[in-house]
Design a protein around this ligand. Structure first.
Ligand SMILES: [Zn+2]
Length: 214
C-alpha cells in the first residue's frame, strides 16, 4: 500500500484550496475575486491573484513571510495580501482569513452602519460587533489600515463599498463566520425592507381602541 505523504504544509495548502472551492461553490465570491489565507507560524499561505478556484492547484498557492516576501510559489499572491498581513500582525489569534464579496454583506458595506440587529449566529461564533471600514481602493495599504482600525477584537469586518473579511482559528471557522455574516446581513436587509413596507401598518396596530384609552 502506498503511503500518502501528508505534511503540515500540505495540509494547510489543501485547506486553502478547499476553502477557495467552497467560496466559489456557495456563490460567496464572483469569478476569481475574494481570497483565502492560513497562517502557520511565521508563514502565510494565500491564494494567488486572478485564478479560478475550481482549477486551483497546490502549486498555484503562494507562501509568504510575515513581511510579505514570497518564500514559495511562482504566482503573484492575491492583491489583498497587504490586508491579510495587516490583520495577522494585529491579531495573533487569527490563524485563517477569508475575504468574500457576498451580496448582502457587500450591500450593507455601502451604508456605514454597524451590522444590526444581531442574530443568534453572532453570539454562536462570538463574532463581536461588525463595523464597516472607510472605503479605500482594493489592494491598497489604506484599505488594510482601515480594516484593522475598525476590526478591533471582532472576528469580522465589512470593507467599505467592497465586501467582508472574517477571522478564524482555522479556515473552517473563518468560512463559517463568513456565511454567518452574510446571513446576518441578509436578515438585516429583510428587516429594513420590512420596516419600510409595513411601518405604518405596524404603528396603527399599536394604537389602542378608542374606548380603552386612558
Ligand atoms: Zn475584494
Amino acid at each position: 500500500m502506498r503511503a500518502v505523504l501528508t505534511t503540515p504544509r500540505a495540509r494547510a495548502e489543501r485547506q486553502v484550496l478547499a476553502a477557495g472551492r467552497a467560496l466559489a461553490a456557495r456563490d460567496m465570491v464572483t469569478g476569481t475575486t475574494g481570497n483565502v489565507s492560513v497562517r502557520r507560524g511565521d508563514r502565510i499561505v494565500i491564494t494567488p491573484s486572478r485564478t479560478a478556484y475550481a482549477t486551483m492547484r497546490r502549486r498555484d498557492l503562494v507562501t509568504v513571510g510575515l513581511d510579505g516576501a514570497v518564500v514559495r510559489g511562482t504566482r503573484s499572491p492575491s492583491r489583498e495580501l497587504a490586508l491579510h498581513l495587516a490583520i495577522y500582525a494585529a491579531r495573533p489569534d487569527a490563524r485563517a482569513l477569508v475575504h468574500t464579496h457576498t451580496p448582502h454583506a457587500t450591500a450593507w458595506s455601502f451604508l456605514d452602519l454597524p451590522l444590526r440587529p444581531r442574530t443568534e449566529e453572532m453570539d454562536y461564533y462570538a463574532i463581536g460587533e461588525i463595523r464597516t471600514s472607510r472605503p479605500a481602493p482594493a489592494g491598497s495599504a489604506a484599505l488594510a489600515r482601515a480594516a484593522v482600525d475598525v476590526l478591533g477584537d471582532a472576528r469580522a469586518v465589512l470593507l467599505g463599498h467592497h465586501g467582508a473579511v472574517t477571522v478564524g482559528a482555522d479556515l473552517d471557522e473563518a468560512l463559517a463566520i463568513a456565511q454567518a455574516v452574510e446571513h446576518q446581513a441578509h436578515v438585516a436587509w429583510l428587516l429594513r425592507g420590512g420596516d419600510r413596507a409595513a411601518g405604518p401598518l405596524r404603528r396603527s396596530a399599536h394604537v389602542a381602541p378608542a374606548g380603552r384609552r386612558p
